[in-house]
Design a protein around this ligand. Structure first.
Ligand code: DNO
Length: 385
């Protein structure tokens, strides 16, 4: 696989020169300065491409070319927005940047309750606490009927949280779930939003009456509309699985499991309609056998995210080590069957001073560098077997 790294553009504290020193071959980035829904002009695309190449690297993957909410829920301006999306794709195609990661998750791009959950060794990780998430949903967001979506174990834990949570604790949940994890990925809520919960409620209301079938139909509509451009330029679209791969906040979610993946691949049976195999997202649901999924979908995978989670008996999940045996098996599958596919390490621990640097949640330097070293070692061993 090609060793790539998610880099957040010229303002990223981690520079391209640093990345060359640690064995990175290709860059994964987005035009973060262009608002969601606006066209990426050929000029802007070329500026980024030339900048990356002037540092001896290549622009391997776009993550993400974001899909506007209106395309997802089927708003009145969706055709106009799809038209702009196609223009951006054509410009990327002309520039030779041909692997595009996107997601079809309503409102939230990904979800965690904790961004610095302490590990016994002094490092920290991302963490999803199901009961704290339920607290956010039921008592902060006050979503009608939310309580019916949680099992008894979660509701019991919720009572303990309710008895002890402080206003700071509530603030932290809002920050983690809808602000700090979203803004930097061109999400719907930015760090300077003064009333994020209000904004979030409005966004959720866009999906009233939209169920899984409607969202599926809208995804098919979008994919069918863009495939001619992808075919013309040889562009591989790769949808990122829903993170976590569960139904949450009353929103429909359609890339969560084997059946979902099979559905969208069959719905638009073009090889350019493919998957980002994010082992980490898929492993956040106990229903997914991630190694079997990698084996089943390797041929339609155009981009790999190397990380993995452990789901605890209460439904919480935590990022595991990049040396996890499931990840080794997954790397073996892709290394043997898709040797050149771009791969990036994802969501590594905060360690050795990372915590003071203000990196985007999940995107530490030392933690990711160690993870890249581990994954590179696994790849070298597999190639030597
Ligand atoms: C979070 C990432 C997501 C991912 C997008 C792809 O760390 O996995 O933000 O990049 O969902 O569109």
């Amino acid at each position: 696989m090609e060793k790539t790294w998610r880099w957040f553009g010229p303002n990223d504290k981690i520079t391209l020169d640093m990345l060359r020193q640690i064995g990175v071959e290709g860059i994964v980035t987005s035009l973060h300065h262009i608002a969601n829904g606006e066209v990426w002009s050929l000029d802007e695309v070329m500026k980024m491409k030339n900048f990356i190449e002037s540092h001896g690297l290549r622009w391997s993957v776009v993550e993400s070319l974001p899909v506007s909410e209106s395309i997802k829920y089927g708003g009145p301006d969706r055709d106009e927005l799809i038209g702009k999306y196609k223009e951006s794709l054509a410009n990327l195609g002309k520039a030779g940047v041909k692997t595009i990661c996107y997601n079809f998750m309503p409102v939230l791009d990904w979800a965690r309750t904790d961004l610095d959950y302490p590990n016994p060794d002094g490092t920290s990780n991302l963490y999803f606490n199901r009961a704290e998430f339920a607290y956010f949903d039921i008592y902060i967001l006050k979503r009608p009927g939310a309580i019916d979506d949680y099992d008894e174990t979660t509701l019991r834990r919720l009572e303990e949280i309710k008895a002890s949570i402080t206003p700071e604790g509530e603030h932290r949940l809002v920050e983690n779930i809808i602000v700090k994890t979203q803004g930097f990925v061109n999400g719907n809520i930015s760090e300077d939003d003064s009333a994020p919960v209000e904004t979030f409620r409005k966004l959720l209301s866009l999906y009233e009456g939209i169920d899984r079938d409607t969202l599926r139909a809208n995804m098919k509509y979008f994919l069918e509309a863009i495939m001619p451009v992808c075919d013309e330029y040889g562009i591989d679209m790769c949808v990122h699985p829903d993170d976590p791969p569960l139904q949450i906040l009353g929103l429909p979610r359609i890339v969560t499991c084997d059946e979902d993946i099979q559905w969208f691949l069959d719905a638009v049976p073009d090889s350019h309609n493919g998957l980002t195999f994010c082992a980490g997202s898929l492993s956040g649901g106990a229903h997914n056998d991630v190694v079997a999924l990698a084996d089943k979908y390797a041929d339609r995978t155009h981009f790999v995210h190397a990380r993995i989670c452990n789901v605890l008996p209460n439904g919480d999940f935590k990022e595991s080590t990049h040396l996890d045996s499931r990840l080794i098996d997954i790397i073996r599958i892709f290394e043997k069957r898709r040797p050149g596919v771009p791969m990036r390490v994802d969501h590594a621990p905060l360690m050795l001073g990372d915590e003071k640097m203000g990196y985007n949640a999940g995107y530490s330097f030392h933690g990711r560098m160690l993870a890249l070293g581990m994954v590179s070692g696994i790849m070298a061993t597999i190639n030597n077997e």
